[in-house]
Structure formats: C-alpha cells, structure tokens
Design a protein around this ligand. Structure first.
Ligand SMILES: *Cc1c(COP(=O)(O)O)cnc(C)c1O
Length: 410
C-alpha cells in the first residue's frame, strides 16, 4: 500500500482496533487504570509503553500522530491544540537564553508576533529574505541553533530557497525547521530538502473543513541531535534521531499543556482522508482563477508561484506537486477594494485558509492592520491586496463570480 490516500484511509485498521471499528474511536478520557501497580510505575518511568495522563497522550490523538508521520514520510509526530501551540511549544522546549535563530521575514503574522516576543526572553532572532540562501548564511552566528522558514509565504506567495537552505543547514550542523502548512504533505515533504522538524497547522489543509483547530510537529529523522546542545540528559537515552521530538513531547507538551483533544483529533483524521482529493481540486481551481485574473485589465498584479512571471516559479515547479491553493492580487487603481469584495456572491469575506469554501480577505485592513502602514509598505503589502484561499467549488462558479465582480467595477 504505497499511495498517499490508500495509506491514510487504511492507517487505523493496521493496528488492533476496538470492535473492528474502521475509524479510531474517540477516547474521551483523561487517566488510565492499571491492575498491577508495577505496570503503572513502569509506564511512568518510561520502561514500559502505556498511557499515563491525557495532557501527554491519548489513543485517538496518537492514531492521528501516526497518520501525520506517514504523510510526511517521517519518524514521529506530536500534536497540539493549534498550530501556534505547536510552534511556540517547540521553540520554548528547544531554545535557551542566549541562543539565536534565523527566520524568514515572510511569515504567518502570528508566528512573526511570537518570534518577536522571544527577544524579551533572551532568545534573539534575525529576520531575513529567505528566498535568498545568502541572506540566511549571512545571518548565522556562533550561537545560532536553528533556521525557520515557511514553504509558500502568505499572502505574497514568496517561496523560500528550501533546498539551498537545507544544504546550508546540513553543512553548518543547524536544525532546519520548515512550516509546511501552506503546501501540506500532499504537495511537498520538507524531509526531502533536509528539514529536521516539520510544522503543520492541522487547522488548514489537513483538517480541511474549517471546523477544527490543531497543530503538529514532526521529526523527520534527518537531524543528528547529538550536535544540539540543548537536549536534557533525560532525553538522550533513546535513538539520537528522536531526541528532539522526545524533548518537545516531554518538556514541551507536558509542561505547557497545549494538548489536542480527542474529539478534535477525530475531526482532523476524517478530514485528512480526503487531503489529496481536495488539494487536487483546490489547486486546479487556483490555476484557473490565476490565469483569468492575470489577463484581466481590472487586476494590476497577481501573486501565485504557478505564474511564469513569479520570481520563484522554477523552484516551485521543481519542488511542489502543484504551486499551492492560495493567491493574492492587487486591483487596478480605479477599483475600490471593499466594493469589489462586496460584489462577490459565492466567495466568502472571511479569514482562515484551507477551507473547502473559497475565502477572500483585504489583507492591509485586517490581518496586517495591526503592524501599521510603514511595516506593510516594507513587506510589499498594498492597500488593495486581496488574499484568496481557494476552495473546492466548481471552477465555473468561481470564475463567473470573480468576472462579474471585476466587470461591474469598470
Ligand atoms: C494558520 C497558520 C499557523 C497557525 O496555525 P493555527 O492552527 O491557526 O494556530 C501557522 N503557520 C502557518 C503557515 C499558518 O498558515
């Protein structure tokens, strides 16, 4: 069974499953009882596999973690209540005061905000243009521990120099962390470019239906943790390829408690079964919309790595199965961004991305409002920039909706 979808939909029944259920049941449960107190002690001391307490481990969540590891062709995964919970917990459990890390400056807004908070806790971060590997190399210092990038940036769709940065990190012995949310493991597996840890917001494409929050950190097996100073002695006893994820689970998840609940894990696991099908449709819709918008006189600029004029077009062609299901665009000068959005009938004015429904948001006025006009300008965020997260509707319906909204404004 090697196909991406075949593996996901048959993952649960590979293990002995209660009553032959085809879905892993929802274990709405916190604590686990043992007949023999010695077994209880052995589980707590890590000498025996077993369940201790719901904050660290739950069978339903564990089944989802195994599926995500399979999707990423990787060793091990820890799930969290949100994507932000995953990123924050990972960094808090791996970094110490005095450390430094390098991050792409093209980041999901809340991740950017989180990284800025690290300075107040004694961890320094350099933001660089990660489409250029030289910019990453120049920012590396003796105390640098890791490099963090996203695959395709939202909303302007810059693609990080993923393979070249992977090569650089390997040469310098640095941990390479890739946030794969925008591509999902169906379009791209960061392990292939040498990432040691992979981040996924399960809220987006993997869950896919806009009905549940979740996040995950996956250990690919590509990084040798023996060269990473911040692993506590307690977590150095297992296979060195697993030290990082062990510390993230034991120190991070247990101590911070940003745990994923079993009901949420079930929703995400059901959503994940159709990831490949949804992505195929969403990516085809995105391609059709971008080709249409790119040729339309009412549109000044379209940002999508699948268009030949995009600076990272070649890289996206080489690395990704499809160049994503999100694009952004600027309207021609005479058109009002709010009036345009209000003319859309099928497309929903909303935040979020990776939903089955197509969603549109005026970036400068909403998700990038707080950072102010000056920083927006420095990031190339125009006041008329609209981000579209493309859904699974029929392409004709989306095309005609955009067409009528653009025509009436001219
Ligand atoms: C949404 C998102 C996150 C955060 O995920 P939540 O589940 O909303 O906390 C992190 N990274 C990227 C790239 C995202 O799009």
């Amino acid at each position: 069974m090697t196909g991406f979808t075949t593996r996901i939909v048959h993952a649960d029944r590979r293990d002995a499953i209660e009553h032959g259920s085809l879905h892993k049941p929802i274990h709405a449960n916190v604590a686990y009882g043992y007949d023999d107190a010695r077994d209880l002690a052995a589980v707590f001391q890590g000498r025996q596999k077993g369940y201790s307490y719901g904050r660290q481990i739950n069978p339903t969540v564990e089944a989802l973690e195994r599926k995500i590891s399979q999707m990423e062709s990787s060793l091990s995964t820890v799930c969290f209540g949100t994507g932000m919970g995953a990123i924050g917990t990972m960094l808090f459990s791996l970094l110490r005061a005095g450390d430094h890390f390098v991050s792409s400056s093209f980041l999901f807004g809340n991740t950017n905000s989180l990284f800025n908070s690290f300075a107040a806790h004694g961890v320094d971060v350099s933001f660089v243009d990660a489409t250029r590997v030289e910019a990453v190399a120049d920012a590396i210092r003796p105390e640098t521990c890791l490099v963090f990038v996203e695959t395709i940036a939202n909303p302007r769709t810059q693609v990080a120099a993923l393979d070249a940065i992977g090569e650089l990190c390997r040469e310098r012995g640095l941990l390479y962390v890739v946030d794969n949310t925008m591509t999902s493991p169906y379009l791209f597996q960061p392990r292939e470019v040498g990432a040691g840890l992979v981040v996924n917001s399960l809220t987006k494409y993997i869950g896919g239906h806009g009905n549940v929050l979740g996040g995950a950190i996956t250990e690919t097996g590509e990084f040798d943790w023996r060269g990473f100073a911040n692993i506590y002695d307690d977590y150095r006893s297992s296979d060195p390829a697993l030290w990082g994820i062990t510390q993230i689970k034991k120190k991070g998840l247990r101590d911070f408690g940003a745990s994923l609940g079993p009901e949420a894990a079930h929703h995400i696991a059901v959503g994940a079964e159709t990831l490949a099908l949804r992505m195929e449709r969403q990516c085809a819709n995105t391609r059709a919309l971008c080709d249409f918008m790119d040729a339309h006189p009412g549109v000044r600029e379209v940002y999508f790595p699948g268009l030949a004029g995009h600076p990272e077009y070649d890289l996206a062609q080489r690395l990704f199965r499809h160049p994503g299901a999100l694009f952004s665009f600027e309207l021609a000068d005479q058109m009002d961004v709010f009036e345009f959005l209000n003319r859309l009938q099928t497309v929903i004015k909303s935040s979020n991305l990776g939903d089955n429904r197509t969603l549109a948001i005026p970036v400068a006025h909403t998700i990038y409002y707080e950072m102010g006009a000056e920083r927006r300008a420095s990031m190339g965020i125009d006041d008329s920039l609209i981000r579209i997260s493309v859904g699974i509707e029929e392409p004709e319906d989306l095309l005609s909706d955009f067409e009528q909204a653009l025509i009436e404004g001219r």
